[in-house]
Design a protein around this ligand. Structure first.
Ligand code: B12
Ligand code: SF4
Length: 463
């Protein structure tokens, strides 16, 4: 039995030209979901994982599979449907799963043979068995997996061509920010994989550098942090020789022992959601967590950096309280915090989030011709109507933010400061130039975006 597991591309983000542009190696990440599904698949299935981000293959020229499984984020849904249609026309059954299938069940159900909602661990073997007997059901629900059931991902199936491997050590996030789909999809209960599994899986990853995909690496409660420390200890003891980056909340900075252990275990960078430079913004986004302890963000960032860990900060632009000039303000604040990199994104109503419900009920979703418009739901396009901004104004805010933070003099200042403190100046330079390159690509895309949807955006200034 032949199984294709496919990660569809989004032409607006897809990085097919890895050979032509060296920077692109650092913009393409492994589809871990498919490697996990492969880990759940019994040996009688011959598995091929296709990552269209590296270029879509000629499916006609490939042997006919018995089953196709497609994963999809919302931003990939259009292409996912094209791929599904291609195989269904050949009479090959198509199963779709992942976050978009869960949040937009009706839309997906119309376009595939079978939909799997939720996490797949408890249900995928059943789906395969049903497919083998030609008895696929229209819908399966995996719910939330028992964390011990998460298998070792099949890292062997996607070896080579990527700069980073990928692993997951926890699922879920208790914080439930208004714009984020993680709590809606993976639940508020923070689930941590057995440490022995994590260490074993790290050992299977061929790449030296690894992305730990957890949404919240260390969690929020003392018992979460204690387990994170145990995990870092075990990783250090196993002498993995890996360097990894991860996503964490700002409380990562609050425990010197945790930071020291993380660094010893190979942590070289963290991606932290600061989201908004103002307390009002954090309240609007439901991220009160960042307001606890009257935090000094600059001091927190410094504490992390002292352990040789780079800090990438993420901010969102287009909040109801944001006003003209927010872009420059974020760039300044990011500089004051001492961030090594800044990732600024448009506030985007993703299906299944509280923000989606709110903006939909207020008629503020500007790009709403679905599924075609999903490709713009990359957080790098303004798909909604924002309170104090026209379409041109919100694009100007984000570009002014990036232009300022990623100006050459500022990049050189950051790299020099990292050189001075012996904190990976080369990595810092590569990361800054890569972000600068992304910014330039985005600018080109905005011109096209305005041409395409400027008229129907019909932005109403609400105040
Ligand atoms: C790693 C990651 C990335 C990587 C992607 C690597 C890759 N190619 O997969 C990178 C950094 C490239 C990325 C990019 C983006 N991401 Co992202 N990302 C994640 C993250 C943190 C982890 C995903 C992961 O690997 N999880 C581990 C695997 C094992 O879990 P899983 O994917 O959920 O898969 C399980 C189930 O969903 C199911 N399943 C999944 N696929 C399938 C398929 C079949 C057939 C079946 C049966 C089951 C099934 O089974 C799996 C095992 O249980 C998630 C957050 C999250 N918790 O999901 C956000 C997340 C998926 N990203 C998100 C977003 C918005 C984006 C971006 C649009 C914007 C951005 N800048 O972040 C871009 C889009 C890129 C694009 N191509 O269009 C949103 C998606 C929301 C949505 N509705 O789509 C999430 C949920 C984060 C959030 N804050 O809301 N992302
Ligand atoms: S944005 Fe981060 S902290 Fe907030 S719910 Fe999502 S994963 Fe958790």
């Amino acid at each position: 039995m032949r199984l294709y597991l496919i990660n569809p591309s989004n032409p607006l983000v897809s990085v097919v030209k890895v050979k032509e542009n060296w920077w692109n190696r650092y913009r393409v990440w492994k589809p871990l979901s498919l490697m996990v599904l492969a880990g759940l698949t019994p040996p009688e299935w011959e598995i091929t994982i296709v990552d269209e981000n590296l270029g879509a293959p000629d499916y006609q020229a490939m042997p006919r599979p018995d089953l196709v499984g497609i994963t999809t984020f919302t931003s990939q849904a259009n292409r996912a449907y094209e791929v599904a249609a291609h195989f269904r026309n050949l009479g090959v059954p198509v199963v779709m799963g992942g976050i978009h299938a869960t949040m937009c069940l009706d839309e997906v159900t119309e376009r595939v043979d079978s939909v799997v909602t939720g996490e797949a661990e408890s249900i995928w073997p059943q789906v395969l068995e049903d497919a083998r007997h030609g008895n696929l059901k229209r819908r399966y629900d995996g719910g939330l997996a028992q964390i011990d059931d998460v298998p070792l991902a099949r890292h062997d199936l996607l070896a080579g061509r990527y700069a980073f491997g990928a692993i997951q050590t926890t699922r879920g996030c208790p914080l439930n920010c208004s714009f984020c789909s993680v709590t809606a999809f993976n639940g508020a209960r923070y689930r941590q994989r057995p440490i022995a599994d994590v260490v074993r899986e790290f050992q299977l990853i061929p790449e030296k550098r690894v992305l730990v995909v957890d949404d919240n690496l260390i969690g929020t409660r003392p018992e979460h942090i204690a387990r994170a420390k145990d995990m870092f200890c075990a990783m250090a003891q196993a002498n993995l020789r890996k360097e990894w980056i991860a996503q964490a909340t700002i409380n990562f900075a609050d425990d010197e022992e945790l930071l020291a252990l993380a660094a010893k275990a190979g942590c070289r960078g963290v991606f932290i959601g600061f989201e908004s430079p103002t307390p009002e913004g954090l309240l609007e986004l439901g991220k009160k967590f960042n307001l606890l302890k009257a935090r000094d963000f600059r001091a927190s960032v410094r504490r992390i950096q002292r352990h040789n860990i780079l800090v990438v900060g993420s901010f969102v632009i287009g909040l109801d309280i944001d006003e003209l000039g927010i872009g420059k303000h974020i760039a300044e604040v990011a500089g004051q915090y001492g961030l090594d990199n800044l990732n600024v994104l448009f506030l985007t109503p993703l299906p299944g989030t509280r923000l989606w419900d709110q903006m939909k009920s207020q008629g503020r979703i500007a790009l709403d011709v679905f599924p075609e418009d999903w490709k713009y739901y990359t957080l790098t396009f303004p798909v909604a109507r924002y309170n104090h901004f026209s379409l041109d104004a919100i694009i100007e805010e984000i570009t002014s933010c990036d232009r300022r933070f990623y100006s050459m003099p500022r990049i050189l200042r950051r790299v020099w400061s990292n050189l001075w403190q012996r904190r990976k100046p080369l990595v810092s330079m590569v990361a800054n130039l890569s972000y600068r390159n992304n910014f330039r690509l985005n600018c080109k895309e905005y011109a096209e975006f305005k041409r395409y949807c400027g008229a129907r955006y019909n932005c109403v200034k609400q105040s």
